[in-house]
Design a protein around this ligand. Structure first.
Ligand code: SF4
Length: 229
């Protein structure tokens, strides 16, 4: 039976998305809400079967597809060569370690790059943690969780990512590209204003925006060579 060599490759490519069973890691304080970003339904994201690698550890490349449900993911540390490098990866000379090894998320437990079936099965279960469920459970220990849930719902209603990307697709076929561009710009402005208002009114700290509202529309990844008009 092959064993993990602790090369850290998968953790450098990005932390996991969270499954429902991982809500306990936020309740016990292992993962602070500010460590999470919401990838909203309709956003384009990389296929994450074995965290962006093939069975032999090679990168999968640009394999973007729209998400059919929202997912909560560990934010990138911003310190590694890859923008999504896990913030809990620790590297000392020749050795890598996980700072939360005993309490690491479910996908990290299932993932082994030389035998990705277990993590593929976990992802195929579709048992992802959503903001609604997380905030409901967090309400027991976090008084602001109900407000976070209301803000997430209001934002989702007024700035849905799936509608934004449908509109971007219209750019390829519409006779009036300028009108679609104006509409896209308007949606991006509204999204920005919503975020700004939440912070200015003291409803959200800036570091909670990625979890409660996801990433700004204008910063969302787009498949290379498409939807970029
Ligand atoms: S939580 Fe630990 S095991 Fe999981 S990706 Fe981060 S460093 Fe790796």
């Amino acid at each position: 039976m092959p064993e993990c060599r602790r090369c850290g490759h998968c953790c450098r490519l990005g932390g996991p998305t969270l499954m429902r069973g991982d809500a306990d890691r936020l309740l016990d304080g292992t993962l602070p809400p500010s460590a999470i970003v919401c990838l909203r339904r309709g956003e384009w994201a990389r296929h994450d079967g074995s965290r962006g690698t093939t069975a032999d550890g090679a990168p999968r490349g640009d394999n973007l597809a729209p998400l059919t449900c929202e997912m909560l993911k560990l934010r990138g540390s911003g310190s590694g060569p890859h923008p999504w490098q896990c913030p809990y990866l620790r590297e000392t000379t020749g050795q890598t370690a996980c700072a939360i090894h005993d309490r690491r998320p479910l996908q990290c437990r299932a993932l082994f790059c030389e035998a990705p079936q277990a993590v593929e099965d976990l992802l195929a279960s579709g048992d992802f943690l959503s903001r609604a469920e997380l905030f409901s459970r967090l309400a027991a220990v976090e008084p602001r969780a109900s407000l976070w849930r209301e803000l997430a719902e209001a934002h989702e209603e007024s700035c849905p990512a799936n509608a934004y990307f449908r509109l971007r697709q219209d750019l390829a076929t519409t006779p009036d590209v300028a009108a679609v561009r104006r509409e896209l710009a308007e949606r991006e402005r509204y999204d920005e204003a919503f975020r700004q208002l939440c912070v200015e009114r003291g409803a959200l700290e800036p570091e909670l925006l990625p979890l409660v509202l996801g990433r700004p529309l204008r910063e969302l990844p787009r498949p290379v060579g498409t939807l970029t008009k």
